[in-house]
Design a protein around this ligand. Structure first.
Ligand SMILES: NC(=O)c1ccc[n+]([C@@H]2O[C@H](COP(=O)([O-])OP(=O)(O)OC[C@H]3O[C@@H](n4cnc5c(N)ncnc54)[C@H](OP(=O)(O)O)[C@@H]3O)[C@@H](O)[C@H]2O)c1
Length: 326
């Protein structure tokens, strides 16, 4: 019997993960996605597979929406209409093609959706009772929420928090050949600021923004584990390259066509392959001991590059996140 909250269940990896989870006996799912037909459809499909499903409409580009969604989750659990979460899968992701575009709160869109929205959600759902009375960044934003002493939050004991990483945070031979930019870390307040001036040509700036957001997720995972201690297990999942998903929807049309073709090549992953792996990392007993931001590439625990472990950057990101979510 598992209860899993997943963001971005409407397409790509989130959809296949949702359906893989739904097929497990006793599955209960809380689906957090942009309101609309796609959300209703995936919820119906999950129910048809036997799961109990709660849908919550939420645009992750608006922190007010995220806070409202967290309140709804907590109300469901408080009213015993849903069980406490055995796992929270922060899957939703986006790659804005223009780094001048701001989220509803004025932050660079890719950083806002991939990283800040999930930090807010987690801050609102992890109760202060698990943290010795303190709150996570964003946690105090929820009236009656996790800043209150004794608040048990929405997580079941030893819940898994699974964040979505990407190996693009660092370059390798293939990524250099394909022109995928690695992260270019700066102070998080600077990373969160939308670009100004004329549009940058090509996909370089948006690629760097995406890689920075994914490096932030690694830093956050390490710091989050230090704060939640034994109360939850923090893991980062990398699904492998899945070209042709909607993540590249803003790319030039010819490039999207090429990516869809590459996505059919053997050896390259697809949501249909990686989704069941992500579902397993979220709920299977085999993965229960993973914590400390362990990095799982499909079905293998892998070490991250030394750049992804940096106590100073991790501490600074934590502080800056609290400021950005205030
Ligand atoms: N594709 C890859 O090669 C790859 C590799 C490594 C890691 N990843 C990571 O895997 C995760 C899933 O990627 P994917 O390839 O499956 O992408 P995708 O097909 O574009 O799906 C992204 C999901 O996120 C949701 N989303 C985006 N912006 C949102 C917003 N503002 N509010 C609410 N939901 C929003 C989308 O909802 P809508 O349907 O409403 O747009 C969709 O359900 C991401 O975190 C991505 O960074 C992907």
């Amino acid at each position: 019997m598992t209860t899993v909250l997943i963001t971005g269940p409407t397409r790509g990896l989130g959809r296949t993960t949702t359906l893989a989870l739904a097929a497990r006996p006793g599955a209960e799912l809380i689906l957090l996605g942009r309101p609309g037909r796609a959300l209703a459809e995936v919820a119906d499909e999950a129910r048809a597979r036997g799961a109990v499903v709660h849908e919550i409409g939420c645009d992750l580009a608006r922190l007010a929406d995220v806070r409202a969604a967290a309140t709804e989750v907590r109300k469901l659990i408080d009213a015993e209409a849903a069980r406490p979460l055995s796992a929270l899968v922060a899957n939703a992701g986006a790659m804005s093609t223009d780094t001048r575009i701001a989220s509803g709160d004025g932050y660079e869109l890719t950083f806002a959706v991939n990283y800040l929205a999930h930090a807010q959600l987690i801050g609102d759902l992890v109760g202060s009772a698990l943290l010795g009375g303190s709150a996570l960044p964003g946690g105090s934003a929820l009236p009656g929420g996790s800043a209150l002493p004794g608040d048990r939050g929405a997580l079941a004991p030893a819940a898994r928090i699974v964040l979505l990483g990407s190996n693009t945070y660092r370059a390798n031979f293939w990524r250099k050949l394909l022109g995928v930019p690695e992260a270019d870390w700066r102070d998080p307040l600077d990373i969160a600021r939308p670009a100004t001036g004329p549009a940058s040509p090509g996909m370089k700036a948006s690629g760097v923004a995406y890689s920075n957001a994914k490096l932030a997720i690694l830093y956050y995972a390490h710091e989050l584990q230090r704060h939640v201690g034994a109360a939850a297990n923090v893991v980062v999942f990398e699904p492998g390259w899945m070209p042709g998903t909607a993540l590249g929807r803003g790319a030039p049309a010819p490039l999207q066509t090429i990516m869809r073709g590459v996505g059919r090549l053997p050896g390259v992953s697809r949501p249909e392959r990686s989704g069941p792996m992500l579902a397993a990392v979220a709920v299977d007993p085999t993965w229960a001991r993973l914590r400390d931001g362990a990095f799982v590439l499909k079905d293998q625990v892998t070490s991250v590059h030394p750049v992804a472990h940096d106590r100073d950057r991790e501490r600074r990101l934590w502080e800056a996140t609290a400021e950005l979510l205030r």
